[in-house]
Design a protein around this ligand. Structure first.
Ligand code: 5GP
Ligand code: MN
Length: 324
């Protein structure tokens, strides 16, 4: 966005929020810490403005491991009929919200996905930002709204999680300035790290060896694939969101540039997570399968395709990208 156009979008968003009566903040299906933390952070901030605010996520069950986020227990699963403004966070395309948009309801799209389709009436999309909470905070700071401690706690968890604990590409002085601000507002670094890393359900650890057993190397070891089947989920008792960071094991190998994980979905689809280190633009590959994401982390879901066929197609695309 150009500077002037951008400030215009932020001012319009501030005006729209300040004149709304009942705001619903929502995010993508199968939400991660960025989606939940950004939505809940905004919930605390907007509530303090005296607004009626709901946080809505249609996915059920929500990831239990993220129940430490303040306000988690207040999350709604259906849109309140009196709501007059929708705010979406961390969601690249409207269909990923999993809701119908009531006619005439304004929508503000707060995101950081490179692949964002600009589906809002007002789009605040910052592809270079490390988390959706950074975009949300830019709005909050521009408006001069107060950030209560629980708002900062949520935004910080979102930031830590989406930056891989400050280790991903794009982490620089701006991100640390944001983290510093959130810590000054009451977020706790040690507690957040513990909650994100050492608060896992047993089912997730039971699933891990089953998934690692499927590890397969391709293209001379530059690509590694993992598979999670419905049977494995059933046997371990894990819910789908418990596979969320498993793809990182595939990428963690020294020779690997691209790691992927396929997961069988209850509706017959195959969900694919893609991660790269420094060369391959996985958002581009995901987009060609109808998905999206970021340059080093992206995903998509396919229907009516055998896994073998899917993996062949995927490897062909990765091979081309690796040759460039
Ligand atoms: P994950 O592999 O963890 O599900 O997702 C990695 C990144 O890609 C996230 O930023 C996520 O929002 C995005 N992503 C995953 N699946 C899809 C999809 O089907 N469509 C789009 N547009 N983005 C996706
Ligand atoms: Mn995000």
């Amino acid at each position: 966005m150009k500077d002037k156009e951008e400030m215009h979008a932020y001012s319009r968003a501030i005006e729209t929020i300040e004149s709304a009566r009942h705001i619903t903040v929502t995010g993508h299906l199968n939400p991660d810490a960025d989606a939940l933390g950004t939505a809940l952070g905004l919930w605390w901030i907007l509530k303090d403005l005296g607004k009626r605010v709901d946080v809505l996520f249609v996915t059920r069950p929500l990831p239990q491991a993220l129940s430490f986020l303040p306000g988690y227990g207040k999350i709604k699963h259906a849109l309140h009929p009196k709501s007059d403004l929708l705010v979406s966070v961390d969601c690249g395309s409207f269909d990923r919200l999993g809701i119908e948009r009531p006619e005439g309801m304004m929508l503000i799209n707060i995101d950081h996905h490179q692949s964002n389709t600009r589906y809002g009436d007002i789009d605040l999309v910052e592809p270079h930002f490390a988390s959706a909470s950074e975009t949300a905070f830019k709005l909050v700071a521009a408006a001069g709204w107060d950030v209560p401690k629980n708002g900062a706690v949520n935004f910080y968890a979102a930031l830590v999680s989406d930056t891989g604990f400050f280790g991903y590409e794009g982490v620089g002085p701006r991100v640390f300035d944001f983290a510093k601000t959130l810590l000054s507002l009451g977020a706790d670094a040690e507690w957040t790290a513990r909650m994100l890393r050492e608060n896992q359900p047993l089912s997730k650890l039971r699933l891990l060896p089953m998934a690692l057993e499927t590890l397969t190397l391709h293209l001379g070891g530059r690509v590694a694939g993992l598979e999670v089947t419905e049977r494995m989920l059933k046997k371990s008792g894990a819910t789908v969101n418990e596979t969320d960071d498993m793809v990182n094991y595939a990428r963690s190998l020294a020779t690997v540039e691209v790691g992927f994980l396929t997961r069988e979905e209850p509706d017959g689809g195959i969900k694919v997570s893609l991660r790269s280190k420094s060369v391959v633009d996985v958002a581009k590959i995901a987009a060609s399968f109808g998905g999206g994401g970021h340059i080093r982390a992206a995903g998509f879901t396919v229907y009516g395709m055998e896994r073998d066929v899917l993996v062949d197609r995927l490897l062909n695309m990765i091979k081309k990208e690796l040759q460039q």
